[in-house]
Design a protein around this ligand. Sequence first.
Ligand code: 5GP
Ligand code: ZN
Length: 111
Amino acid sequence: MDCLFCKIVSGQIPAKLVHQGDSVIAFDDINPQAPTHVLIIPKKHFENVGELAANDPLALKELFIAAKEIAASRALAGYRTVFNTGAEAGQSVFHAHLHLIGGRALQWPPG
Ligand code: 5GP
Ligand code: ZN
């Protein structure tokens, strides 16, 4: 399968890793939208968070625990966690990934 994030998991494509767990890895987004913009992904391929939740809920939990730990390690005053699902919602990589965004004041609602 030709999946960008599977290639990051396997090391075929380099990324700046910031965290590794049993079933997840986290790395800096290549086009950061805030001082902290980390992508936290399951090592196994699922197309979106719905598929991940249905098939590997433990990995879904690990994504959020990783977010909490990365935010704490950076002493973020607050942070946002986002899954985009489907092209209309802005999903461009179809391997489930949790965006961890922080380090600046964030607007609500998002665009
Ligand atoms: P999406 O739009 O699917 O929610 O998020 C995909 C994210 O992956 C985007 O924020 C984009 O900047 C990031 N991205 C795309 N290609 C690469 C890459 O090759 N390396 C890294 N580290 N991030 C990438
Ligand atoms: Zn994949």
